[in-house]
Design a protein. Structure first.
Length: 415
């Protein structure tokens, strides 16, 4: 028998949640085939079989938390596809009585109630042993599936609770906290990634002296340049010329002048980074992720657009590798794609700076004391860690970004 264990994931990831099994017990698997999907704090990882054989047993169920090195399944290396289908038939007679009894028990449960609770086999077995009615067991699983730990939790609750409920029904709204009696609600368990996002954002605000400064950019020059060069750029490079390459180039130019925004705090030291790995926030159905464009200062406009497009697609397809998310020296987030006009982005710790882009909106702008023109304007926001970045430096950084975007020709000349 071969044990399938949770592999080493990354230095900062020690556990995950079984999202789903991609195979079934008794099914033949080949070496290198995916057998399970594991949800971690950052990405979903597919676990492969290191040996060929027949899946003998799953030791964990979807929704269970597992640690690196923990056994999650067992494979019979001596088995094969024919054995997996023929062996049960050969051994059916010795186990007939047990199988029939178990089937009868399951059938009895199926027919005893039309609203039979959804539960795992382990949960049903434990409930039968303890004499617990599964209808009374609460679960946080978003599908409503009752698991073994839900039964154990229900068993550990004080037995006086049901009596108190029947004797004092007036206290029921208090137990439900914000729930209103008679009002429709739905409880959805937060995914591991959403829990991690929430935790990290709160930690970032609690550990950094975060401050935000704002400015606005006249996007006329960038939009005019894109209009003039977009067709030729696409034909030559096979990728569209978007806003993100301009902003990435402008950020790198500003970081070179104000290097503290490309640093991080480690204890009582400041780690100055001499490279530019720019994180680009991407919104997915699973939550916000920040894949990293490596050595962005060495890439031209086409290279940046191509890399951002590739990382964005991988994020939406849930195909990001952990290495795509690690590191990063500075982050850019674009709330403008959702229509945001103004926001204060939260730091992506341990980074000390993040630039927020927003919606381009036509507004009247004073050209001089007498004349106004409608211009495509964008508010930009820089959140920074005031522990190592002073206000003067932060404001100057943002002004530099503004200047480079309003004169984009120099960005093209630089790369």
């Amino acid at each position: 028998m071969i044990e399938i264990k949770v592999p080493e994931l990354a230095e900062s990831i020690t556990e995950g949640t079984i999202a789903q099994w991609l195979k079934q017990v008794g099914e033949q698997v080949n070496q290198g085939e995916y057998i399970a999907e594991l949800e971690t704090d950052k990405v979903n990882v597919e676990i492969t079989a290191e040996h060929s054989g027949v899946i003998k047993e799953f030791k964990k169920e979807p929704g269970d938390t597992v640690e690196v090195g923990e056994v999650i399944a067992v494979i019979d290396e001596s088995g094969d596809a024919s054995a997996s289908t023929e062996a049960p038939a050969a051994k059916e007679e010795p186990k007939a009585e047990a199988a029939e009894a178990e089937a009868a028990e399951e059938t009895q449960e199926e027919t005893s109630s039309t609203d039979r609770p959804l539960a795992s086999p382990a949960a049903r077995k434990l409930a039968r042993e303890k004499g617990i009615d599964l209808k009374e067991v609460a679960t946080n699983d978003p599908t409503g599936r009752i698991r073994k730990q839900d039964v154990e939790s229900h068993q550990s609750q004080p037995k006086a609770a049901p009596e108190a409920k029947s004797e004092a029904p007036a206290k029921k709204p208090q137990a439900a906290a914000a729930d209103q009696p008679g009002k429709p609600v739905e409880r959805i368990k937060m995914s591991r990634r959403r829990q991690t996002i929430a935790k990290r954002l709160v930690e970032s605000q609690q550990t950094a002296a975060m401050l935000t400064t704002f400015n606005e950019v006249d996007m006329s020059a960038v939009m005019d340049l894109r209009k003039r060069r977009k067709d030729g750029f696409l034909e030559k490079n096979g990728v569209k010329l978007g806003f993100m390459s301009f902003f990435t180039k402008a950020v790198i130019g500003a970081l070179k002048e104000f290097p503290l925004l490309n640093a991080e705090i480690q204890g009582d030291e400041i780690l100055m980074k001499k490279y530019y790995d720019i994180g680009v926030a991407v919104s997915t159905d699973e939550g916000l992720v920040v894949p990293v464009v490596r050595d962005a200062d060495r890439l031209g406009f086409a290279g940046i657009e191509r890399e951002i497009g590739s990382l964005g697609k991988k994020a939406r397809d849930n195909k990001l590798a952990i290495s795509d998310l690690q590191g990063g020296t500075f982050t850019i987030t674009n709330g403008g794609v959702f229509g945001s006009l103004w926001s204060t982005p939260i730091l992506n710790a341990p980074q000390v700076g993040i630039l927020g882009m927003h919606k381009v909106q036509w507004r009247p702008v004073a050209i001089d004391q007498e004349n106004f023109e409608n211009r495509p304007m964008m508010y930009i926001a820089l959140s920074y860690d005031h522990r190592i970045v002073d206000g003067k430096e932060a404001v100057s950084f943002l002004v530099k970004v503004k200047e480079l975007l309003e004169d984009p020709e120099q960005l093209l000349l630089e790369g």
